[in-house]
Design a protein around this ligand. Structure first.
Ligand code: G3P
Length: 216
């Protein structure tokens, strides 16, 4: 399973890149807005220097023509850029057009398995079910991931399932158990994946015992 970082914060991406286990980056307009940098091209190009893997850049047009034009423009910025379009009629139309041109597309804001079916039929490279936001609405976000994995398997769709809106480590575990291709995680959740109190305790104990041996 691939692990992506879900942020546009260059410091977070830089630190995560050093771990050597991050396969890609997802951004969205809210995450870019958080950085305060209005130069979207610059933000995306800086990210491409830090991680050598798929970098999702989201379109902001509401019509298919605009999304296609934005997608064609962003795709020229770097070979690793994947164009994010929303799960709307226009988004699906743009996805099909861009995919036919060989441009990789991530269909985002997916909240149902039928939407994921449409994204796959439009040739999406990634489909992004928003797990946490479904949980927030009182339903089971991870069941959507399981359903999409099963449907894609049934029909041999090549679209990769990218679990998004991940809020905590159990979401990552369940994404892996569901057989999804990618979990895109906020920096905080990635940091949490490392931690276990018994690891910390064990490291302390080994070092204490080693010091005792040296001073004995
Ligand atoms: O990748 C999508 C993600 O950024 C949305 O997360 O926490 O805003 O639902 P959240």
């Amino acid at each position: 399973m691939k692990l992506f970082i879900d942020t546009a914060d260059l410091k977070e991406i830089q630190e995560a890149a050093q771990w050597g286990v991050i396969d890609g980056v997802t951004t969205n307009p809210s995450l870019v807005a958080k950085t305060g940098n209005k130069d979207f091209k610059q933000v995306v190009q800086e990210i491409t220097k830090l991680i050598d893997g798929p970098i999702s850049a989201e379109t902001i047009s509401s019509d298919a023509k605009g999304m296609v034009e934005e997608g064609q423009k962003y795709a020229k910025w770097h070979k690793n850029i994947v164009i994010k379009v929303p799960m709307t009629e226009d988004g699906i139309q743009a996805c099909k057009k861009l995919a036919d041109e060989g441009i990789r597309v991530n269909v985002t804001l997916v909240f149902s398995a039928n939407q994921a079916l449409l994204a796959a039929k439009a040739g999406a490279y990634f489909v992004s079910p928003f797990v946490g936001r479904i949980d927030d609405a009182g339903a089971d976000g991870m069941q959507l991931v399981r359903d999409i994995v099963q449907i894609y398997k049934n029909y041999g769709f090549k679209t990769q399932v990218l679990a998004a809106s991940i809020r905590h480590p159990v979401h990552v575990l369940d994404t892996a158990k569901a057989g999804a291709d990618v979990a895109t995680c906020p920096y905080k959740v990635l940091k949490q994946l490392f931690r276990h109190p018994l690891t910390d305790k064990g490291v302390r104990q080994f070092l204490d015992d080693w010091k005792k041996l040296q001073s004995g």
